[in-house]
Design a protein. Structure first.
Length: 383
């Protein structure tokens, strides 16, 4: 199934993406609707689970397969992939599991989504200096901004691969390469690019991303990547039967971590969520991430001038293609954006209402590859 086939066949489009039968869904940077095949995979597994042990219908192959699918998506090794659920939990496990020395500092962006802010701010209580990045434009973080704000005591930099309001995609490879040359860990909150744009980890040490946005998967079925070289330096502050060795389920006197990524999986996995995640990754792989990225940029190129023609200011509307994303946020002075957002909802158009630190409100459109031009035109007409 290709994007061209989906967009040329309305019956196929609505079959694969049932939300399209009743709504224009332009909110994929928030919580996505499930594609039919993802919902059916979860439902089929749930029905099987009514007849016996929930694990017996999947074990042991599902975990191996799931890790292999994620490793293919991120270009890493399967034993560098853990399944811990939400992005917030993955980032918190990293932040609280690292050991810091007196005088260490970390660099973060205060106006990132809170999932990638709070776990790091909490380290100040442990004596870690938490530096807040100074940049000029909302979400626009360039390699030179990072280069100019780290020093010999910087232990880690944590950034989002794409800002949730501005839609600016950072050059995470260039940033990561610079940091690696200086032995500074690089952590990526990749929830706004995984499934939408190529997001590989050649120069990334740590990454977390849930499935419920661009991956088109269920909530709390996310992935955590920890490169092999870093795994030994992180001891998560959670202990259970799965991540601490217990032969024959018998507790031992010594706490010995399991090897590889299993070190971060404390207990029984979210099997329903993993079934949905695997079905979603199969869909993304079938369509192709590169094809999805090109289609999202095409839709952006349609939306930005149309919004400007209606008098709206588009956040980072002129950003280069290598930094652009499927997120298009806009506002207009004197316009009651909450009321406009409600008007869209009442007319079956689902976007998002967001605000920045200064109180400026935005309407955010984030269409996916299956949204048709006719749907975009319908949304624009309501503005």
């Amino acid at each position: 199934m290709t994007i061209a086939e989906i967009l040329a066949n309305e019956e196929l489009r609505q079959h694969e993406f049932p939300v399209a039968t009743s709504k224009v869904f332009l909110g994929h940077a928030g919580d996505c609707p499930l594609p039919r095949r993802v919902g059916e995979a979860i439902a089929d597994y749930a029905r099987k689970c009514t007849t016996g042990d929930q694990e017996e219908f999947l074990w042991p192959g599902v975990m191996t397969t799931a890790r292999e699918k994620v490793s293919g998506l991120l270009n890493c090794q399967p034993d560098e992939v853990a399944f811990v659920g939400p992005t917030s939990l993955g980032l918190s496990l990293i932040a609280s599991g690292l050991k810091f020395r007196r005088g260490d500092n970390i660099l973060i962006y205060f106006d990132d989504y809170p999932s990638n802010v709070y776990p790091w701010l909490a380290l100040a209580e442990k004596g870690v200096e938490v530096r807040l990045m100074n940049i000029r434009e909302l979400g626009v973080i360039r390699p030179m901004d990072v280069i100019g704000q780290v020093d010999e005591n910087t232990r880690l930099v944590s950034l989002a691969s794409c800002h949730f309001i501005s839609g600016y995609r950072i050059d995470h490879a260039a940033i990561g390469k610079f940091l690696r040359e200086r032995n500074i860990l690089f952590c990526l909150d990749a929830i706004q690019t995984v499934g939408a744009f190529p997001t590989t980890v050649e120069y990334v040490d740590l990454l977390a991303a849930d499935a419920h946005k661009w991956l088109l998967g269920p909530c709390a079925a996310g992935m955590l990547y920890v490169c092999k070289e870093v795994q030994q330096f992180i001891n998560p502050p959670v202990y259970g039967w799965h991540n601490v060795r217990c032969p024959d389920f018998v507790a031992q006197e010594q706490l010995n971590w399991r090897s590889g990524s299993k070190k971060f999986e404390v207990g029984t996995q979210n099997l329903l969520g993993l079934v949905g995640l695997m079905a979603a990754m199969d869909l993304i792989a079938e369509v192709g991430v590169d094809n999805i990225a090109a289609e999202l940029l095409r839709k952006r190129a349609k939306l930005v001038p149309a919004l400007r023609a209606k008098g709206y200011t588009v956040v980072q509307g002129d950003v280069p293609a290598e930094n652009a994303s499927g997120i298009v946020s806009f506002h207009k002075p004197g316009t009651d954006l909450p009321a406009l957002h409600q008007k869209l909802v009442e007319n079956g158009v689902v976007g998002s209402l967001r605000a920045d630190r200064k109180g400026q409100k935005y309407i955010r459109f984030s269409p996916h590859f299956y949204n048709s031009d006719a749907e975009l035109d319908r949304a624009l007409a309501l503005l």
